[in-house]
Design a protein around this ligand. Structure first.
Ligand SMILES: *[C@@H]1O[C@H](CO)[C@@H](O)[C@H](O)[C@H]1NC(C)=O
Ligand SMILES: *[C@@H]1O[C@H](CO)[C@@H](O)[C@H](O)[C@H]1NC(C)=O
Ligand SMILES: *[C@@H]1O[C@H](CO)[C@@H](O)[C@H](O)[C@H]1NC(C)=O
Ligand SMILES: *[C@@H]1O[C@H](CO)[C@@H](O)[C@H](O)[C@H]1NC(C)=O
Length: 399
């Protein structure tokens, strides 16, 4: 190593690398979306525009006894893992006369689907044939407002209704589905889609759902879809996945109705993430809340709780005490709440819209990242793993 030329070359290369990295990191840090967020807020002087939520009382005229609410648990978690959430759902079902189905995924003839979260949709399709419609929710989704009805969120023209999450570009993997040939085929094809997962950080069913729906709904946009598929195959982490998801959502555009599929916009769905408003909810708008695992239950702070985003790894119970399942009966929608978590529709929606502003600002960042993911730049991966973690929600650790 005494060759002076060699030493010089190494020094030069190292300097180049340090300069390149510094610029890249600076570039990234200056691009967190907060500057875009400020621009957006300047344009929203009134700060709040009510969401066009679905009002109580309307919807489809289907008898409640022909609708099932289905929760398919994995082998690793039983009911006690989600006690309050599942109690609220069962109590709600009794109040309206819905069928309540809590099951696991064995004995349905779906064992050819290897990955359990894909197998769930095959199981769902098998259960669906016994009803007019089925609601598929996760174990950690609870009913906060039993006065709402499932039928309100259904329409004549859609066979399956999804909803958009606030903080992410994702369609949530929960749906209300009618017993039709179209819907049953869709669910089975989706379950089979596990075979098409790439060897990347693909985001499992959430990742697959988007490209699956795009292929189904936009068969004449193969070129656009292939651009996104490259990103999916190159994905290294959750942020890459969101870049890919934005790529697909750009094909979908701003509509909510696609063939027989409806995707309810942010703020208008039948459920939403609880942590975004810090556990505060409004009987004027909310129905189901997502993110209720017993090990993450935190004591509700004393006094009035201010609506605002909190850690997605905790939640507060909106109820006083636990459910007395004996008292859950037809017509009883009188539940006892902790009043400090109840607020007006406006209070809740102002906070939800703040999250939508952040999402819109981050979208620009994700498109920037999309370019990097698609071109699969070597240098990008040398430094990117250090800079993305702080700016993004940790929800992916929250299985
Ligand atoms: C709903 O359907 C039932 C039975 O099919 C019928 O008796 C009832 O009048 C319908 N209600 C409305 C509001 O259409
Ligand atoms: C799954 O459910 C079936 C029937 O509901 C039950 O017999 C079986 O023991 C359950 N399996 C597991 C692993 O919990
Ligand atoms: C992923 O890797 C496995 C084994 O290395 C291979 O058999 C499979 O075809 C790969 N899948 C894709 C989609 O590239
Ligand atoms: C209705 O159900 C709730 C929840 O289980 C229960 O606390 C309440 O006592 C019930 N009301 C009546 C009148 O049974």
């Amino acid at each position: 190593m005494s060759n002076p030329h060699c030493k010089l070359t190494i020094k030069l290369l190292l300097s180049c690398f340090v300069i390149y990295s510094t610029f890249s990191i600076l570039n990234y840090l200056l691009f967190t979306g907060s500057n875009i967020k400020n621009l957006l807020n300047e344009r929203r002087p009134q700060k709040y525009q009510p969401y066009p939520i679905i009002e109580a009382g309307g919807g489809l005229n289907i008898s409640s006894e022909n609708i099932a609410i289905v929760i398919i648990l994995s082998k690793s978690h039983d009911r006690s893992y989600y006690q309050i959430a599942i109690d609220s759902v069962e109590c709600y079902a009794k109040a309206h006369g819905y069928e309540f189905v809590l099951t696991n995924d064995s004995n349905f003839g779906c064992d050819h689907i290897k990955i359990n979260i894909f197998r769930r949709h095959c199981v769902l399709a098998k259960i669906l044939v016994d009803y007019e419609a089925v609601v598929h929710i996760d174990g950690d989704m609870g009913i906060v407002n039993p006065k709402r009805r499932i039928q309100e969120y259904m329409t004549e023209s859609s066979d399956i209704v999804f909803y958009d999450r606030h903080f992410a570009p994702e369609v949530a993997m929960c749906y209300i589905v009618k017993n039709t040939e179209y819907a049953i085929t869709l669910l089975n094809e989706f379950a089979e889609y596990e075979r098409k997962l790439p060897n990347s950080s693909h985001g499992s069913e959430n990742g697959a759902l988007h490209i699956f729906l795009a292929e189904k709904l936009f068969p004449h946009n193969q070129i656009d879809i292939d651009v996104c598929r490259i990103a999916w195959e190159n994905s290294w982490n959750i942020v890459d996945q969101f870049a890919y998801t934005h790529c697909i959502r750009a094909i979908f555009g701003a509509s909510i109705d696609f063939d027989k599929i409806r995707i309810l916009r942010k703020g208008t769905g039948f459920a939403r993430d609880d942590w975004i408003t810090g556990g505060v909810w409004s009987p004027e708008r909310d129905f189901m809340l997502h993110g209720w695992k017993m090990r993450q239950l935190a004591p509700t702070p004393a006094g009035v709780v201010k609506a605002g985003a909190m850690s997605e790894l905790i939640w507060y119970s909106p109820f006083l005490g636990s459910f007395d399942m004996e008292k859950c009966s037809m017509g009883n929608t009188t539940w006892y709440y902790n009043p400090s978590l109840i607020a007006s529709r406006e209070t809740v929606e102002v906070v939800l819209q703040q999250e939508d502003v952040i999402s819109a600002a981050r979208k620009v960042n994700y498109f920037y990242r999309l370019y990097k993911v698609i071109t699969n730049s070597f240098w990008w991966y040398i430094y990117q793993s250090h800079v993305w973690k702080s700016d993004y929600p940790l929800y992916f650790l929250n299985e």
